[in-house]
Write a protein that binds this ligand. Structure first.
Ligand SMILES: C[S@@+](CC[C@H](N)C(=O)[O-])C[C@H]1O[C@@H](n2cnc3c(N)ncnc32)[C@H](O)[C@@H]1O
Length: 280
């Protein structure tokens, strides 16, 4: 596992604190922190110039990997710049990270930390031990982790290889790999899934404007088909445009109804919708 530091941890090092984490707060340990002139050494982990650490600490929430080359240590920003810009971000010291794609957080970070947010979504789904569950949009795997902790057998799909690359680095995602994780587009993947395969589906897509196909009636019909009778769907929607009087959930619930789902209700705590495939 790479050694990782967030801006928060670097601030703590600059303050001379000795209880530190090199896995973004999953575990903490005590280290000797020694300042020699303009260089700070953390035991035998690394030595780095103070100005380098100060510069890195100013980027709030940024995550860095400690890299060693020819006996010198560097901080490499954990980010991927391709068609989109991805970075792992830690909103608060010692708390779970989130994934930022083109500046948009993939988890709620205000009010609840990303783990709490994921746990609340899973709670809404009433999962029981041994159930088969599909987590359609894997991300950093936090909802998958709480599904696994509920005792479910979990299949997870994630379309973007860069997201899975960051999940591999992210210490908060470690438990995710106990699930059957597939690099796949959920809208294509579902076509090859046999009817009535899952007891539960957790659908936590990016916002509507970024992935309209994951909010379409055709996709909802497929979700309905692969759910077992009596199965439950949790669909995160968020509330984009609420201040402008927009109600995304209304349209989602209408299309879910048209796809066959019943007992539809808003799940206010998590800004989602619950839908049931009626038993025969
Ligand atoms: C809101 S995040 C999911 C967060 C995840 N539930 C967690 O707890 O970490 C949405 C994810 O859906 C992925 N995604 C977007 N379109 C997809 C598709 N068609 N199939 C599968 N995943 C998709 C994005 O790459 C992103 O990682």
């Amino acid at each position: 596992m790479p050694l990782l530091l967030s801006s928060w941890e670097i601030e703590a090092i600059l303050r001379g604190e000795s209880i530190l984490s090199f896995d973004l707060g999953v575990t903490y340990d005590e280290y000797d922190v020694v300042r020699k002139g303009s260089v700070i050494c953390v035991e035998d982990v690394f030595c780095m110039p103070v100005p380098v650490l100060k510069r890195a600490s100013r980027k709030r929430g940024r995550v860095y990997e400690i890299v060693e080359e020819d006996g010198k240590f560097f901080l490499r920003h954990v980010a991927i710049r391709e068609r989109h810009y991805y970075q792992l971000v830690q909103p608060h010291r010692g708390k779970p990270t989130t994934l930022e794609i083109d500046g948009i957080h993939m988890h709620r970070v205000k009010g609840a930390d990303p783990y709490t947010d994921a746990r609340m979504k899973v709670d809404a789904l009433e999962v029981e031990r041994g159930m088969f569950v599909w987590d359609t949009c894997g991300g950093l795997g936090y909802t998958t982790i709480f599904l696994l902790r509920s005792g479910a057998q979990v299949m997870t799909t994630e379309k973007d290889p860069n997201v899975l690359k960051l999940a591999r680095i992210n210490p908060w995602s470690r438990e995710m790999w106990r699930a059957d994780v597939r690099l796949a587009d959920a809208t294509r993947f579902v076509r090859n899934v046999p009817d009535e395969s899952f007891n539960r589906i957790l659908h936590d897509p990016p916002r509507f404007a970024l992935a309209g196909e994951l909010y379409s009636r055709d996709f909802y019909r497929e979700l309905y088909r692969v759910l077992k009778p009596g199965g439950i769907l949790y669909h995160y929607t968020g509330s984009p445009g609420r201040k402008r009087g927009r109600d995304v959930q209304r349209g989602v619930m209408r299309r879910l109804f048209e796809a066959g789902f019943r007992y539809l209700r808003r799940e206010k705590r998590t800004e989602g919708v619950i839908a049931v495939k009626p038993s025969r």
